[in-house]
Design a protein around this ligand. Sequence first.
Ligand code: TXA
Ligand code: MG
Length: 320
Amino acid sequence: MPTAAPTARLAPDDEGLSTAADLLRTGRLVAFPTETVYGLGADATNGEAVAAIFEAKGRPSFNPLIVHVPDIETARTLVVFHPKAEHLAKAFWPGPLTLVLPRRKDCPVSDLVSAGLPTLAVRVPAAPVALALLSKAGVPVAAPSANRSGGVSPTTAGHVLKDLNGRIDAVLDGGPAAVGLESTVIGFDGDDAVLLRPGGLAAEEIEALIGPLASHQDPERPSSPGQLLSHYAPSASLRLNISEPEQGEGFLAFGASNHTSGPMRNLSPSGDLREAAANLFAFLRALDEDGVTRIAVAPIPMEGLGVAINDRLQRAAEPR
Ligand code: TXA
Ligand code: MG
């Protein structure tokens, strides 16, 4: 658990906003109001802080998260805009619209936020308290809805505390969320905009601006929802629960290891599951870039974040 002390309830005034911004900048978790639902925020560039989000929520798997920024200029430093995304952002930001776009090469956001995908979901929320917090924090803020995994999204600070009291550092109380429904998520496939999740901005409003949305359920389309939403899998094949890799294999180690031959990355030499979660996707990618065709993965304990790490590794190990 990221924290044991009771969660602070902060007023949305200068002092509360400064406290919340400082907490975010130092890698702590802060729930904050957006116009859709309350988000559970962490510095998106800090992999361990992002891992702590999954830990606090008790998420069984690492779903990709939305990054919140104060304006479109900041979003441009993270992702490459599709022409239709450009129109949509100009019309509907700040607002309940999330755009899934390719990460820039120099994107500083942790790979864990994208669950290892080459894309990143970005959004400029409309709630004034959220915008004030994002400006003060000065870092992109990754935030899923601020509820325990499997629960419904919170629309008040009270809901957040009911689920997460003692598991996060603070909640910024901005009153009830105005929209109360998560943002509409739009992705892009070639020239098309694709509705990935219906939400707080009606599809009709979007279509009035850029024409018909492709549905990711259309069987004629080359990109199935599985592909669009699938998690990162390395090109190399994976063998799990391996203590001694074979000749020619890459090795993804965990904990103390005296293995030295061949390409290797250690998720956490000290055996810290939060550090391991933060490194997971980046290290799978790095071993791919080392050019190995098979990766042996050390046993990861099935506790805490280890459950999500093993879930991800098992998916990545599925025969393709
Ligand atoms: O209104 C909202 O969107 C709220 C507030 C806090 O902003 N956030 C929210 O986050 O609902 P969450 O984590 O509960 O949902 C994020 C959605 C999921 O459906 C996820 O699959 C999708 O966004 N998503 C995020 N990154 C993605 C990516 N790279 N590719 C495809 N889908 C992505
Ligand atoms: Mg959610």
